[in-house]
Design a protein around this ligand. Structure first.
Ligand SMILES: [Zn+2]
Length: 314
């Protein structure tokens, strides 16, 4: 069984102990900042709770399958409705009533209560009523940024697992392993540092960067570089003319795109050489961007230099 979290090794023994002794507590608080793996841990415990294999979670039984695809009828996510701040009292009362109904498929039924820090006092009190006399087959996993946001009477009835961010090395390796597409090591290092080793935040930072328009623009720039005219390249920069932040993001994305292109195209020596050379100028352009330089001027320098690199004049 693989421990689902990177870092937080101090929790490994207690988590496996709960699972292996078949004594997952009736109420667990998982506290930590967003991105520290709270949901990963919650769904891991929930899967272990519904699993029918010997070594749980076995990842082979039907229940594990449904849990992995977030389709298990006995794993019930509870979070505030869209546009609502908190879980409403009516939902908390519903849960209180439903909790006494037997599970559908597994031996246990697991409620995963998200954003518990936003719960107001009345719904917390409704929840407290079930925690005081928990039904045999029910497990509540309460996810929160901090247990101090919950009623002390709730906290005292729960086992609390606190998640923290790992060290830099662990965070870096974990992000590298989880990224869906190749990102340059330096870019990953920078991203990990910028979010203080928070793996989840770093992944969403790098992945959203992967999806956004600036990333697409970096791809388009490389296409124009090889197949477009100087005039087309100058026109390409018009939407950036008033936005230094976006321009800087463009340069960052360009580095990522060049790294990706080099991995794919390394056999095309001339092209690879040109791209490597182009890459080496980007830091200088980013430095200039921080000065008072006029953006159209910077862009014409970028176009001029890039085309000379491709033309083999540099
Ligand atoms: Zn299983």
């Amino acid at each position: 069984m693989i421990f689902p979290l990177n870092g937080n090794e101090n929790l490994r023994a207690s988590v496996f102990n709960m699972i292996n002794s078949r004594r997952i507590p009736h109420a667990i608080i998982i506290e930590g900042d967003e991105g520290t793996g709270r949901h990963t841990l919650a769904y891991f415990l929930a899967k272990a709770a519904v699993c029918r294999g010997n070594e749980r979670p076995c990842d082979r039984c039907r229940d594990c399958g449904m849990a992995s695809s977030h389709n298990h009828p006995d794993i019930i996510p509870v979070s505030p409705e869209e546009n609502k701040k908190s879980i409403p009292i009516a939902r908390a009362r519903e849960i209180r009533a439903e909790a006494y109904v037997k599970p559908h498929s597994a031996d246990k039924k697991v409620y995963i209560i998200d954003h518990a820090e936003r719960m107001e006092i009345p719904p917390q009190n409704a929840l407290l009523k079930v925690l005081e006399e928990p039904p045999e087959a029910v497990i509540f996993i309460i996810i929160t940024t901090s247990r101090t946001q919950l009623l002390p009477t709730i906290v005292s009835r729960c086992v609390c697992l606190s998640l923290t961010v790992p060290d830099f090395e662990t965070a870096f390796n974990s992000v590298k392993n989880q990224l869906k597409e190749e990102v340059d090591d330096e870019a990953v290092k920078e991203a990990v540092k910028s979010v203080g080793n928070n793996i989840g935040l770093c992944l969403s930072l790098l992945e959203s960067r992967g999806e956004n328009k600036v990333r697409a623009a970096a791809k388009e720039f490389l296409r124009l570089l090889f197949d477009g005219s100087e005039y087309e390249m100058l026109r390409f920069f018009v939407p950036f003319e008033k936005d230094r932040v976006k321009t800087n993001e463009f340069f960052e994305c360009l580095k990522i795109e060049i790294s990706a292109a080099l991995k794919k195209d390394y056999k095309r020596i001339v092209r690879a050489r040109a791209l490597t050379k182009l890459y080496s100028f980007i830091d200088e352009w980013q430095r200039l961007l921080k000065t008072n330089i006029n953006l159209p001027l910077l862009f014409s320098a970028v176009v001029c230099k890039s085309k000379s690199i491709i033309g083999g004049n540099l």
